[in-house]
Design a protein around this ligand. Structure first.
Ligand code: NI
Length: 173
């Protein structure tokens, strides 16, 4: 397994619409393993392929909370939201591609997702809570959408200014 290079805002690969995966083979499984390792190395709870520079519809995540003793990794290929609840939920989100920033984002509280798993089998899950939020955030990435796109123009501008400052300070070190 290997830790992959992470692409951060404003790299154009983050804005590209990803292509569907034809088949989950050994090469794809190796990529999924590498993505999960990269996510853990960067202390994220979700990672989408464009964040490692690959425009394919692939995400990995871990929805374990601090109370969970075990890791809860998930691999999703070609994930598709097939149902959304009317109720929404607000959660303070972050993203490895926008380091050191967070903002409140409104999402659907529950969603049903169809996807292909690590072994190439078709699956469907009903997700709520943290898992639902992570899934919506990561599936957005596959269409070139970042969580800042869900903010008001004012909040987005403010966050991007802070991000710019963060990059500048990091370069000075
Ligand atoms: Ni993200």
């Amino acid at each position: 397994m290997a830790v992959l290079k992470l692409y951060t805002y404003p790299h154009p690969v983050l804005r590209k619409k990803c292509e569907r995966v034809g088949k989950v083979d050994d090469n794809m499984r190796k990529f999924l393993d590498d993505m999960l390792e990269t996510m853990y190395a960067d202390k994220g709870c979700g990672l989408a392929a464009p964040q490692v520079g690959v425009s394919k519809r692939v995400i990995v995540l871990d929805y374990a909370t601090e109370e969970d003793a075990e890791k809860k990794p998930m691999y999703l290929v070609n994930p598709e939201i097939i149902w959304k609840s009317e109720e929404t939920i607000i959660f303070c989100e972050g993203c490895l591609s926008l380091p050191d920033q967070r903002a409140d984002v409104e999402r659907y509280e529950k969603i049903r997702v169809h996807f292909i798993d690590y072994y190439g089998k078709e699956q469907e899950i009903l997700a709520g809570g943290l898992l639902s939020i992570i899934l919506q955030h990561e599936i957005d990435h596959l269409d070139g959408i970042l969580y800042i796109d869900h903010l008001s123009r004012l909040k987005r501008t403010r966050l991007l200014k802070k991000l710019e400052k963060y990059y500048e300070e990091k370069n000075e070190k």
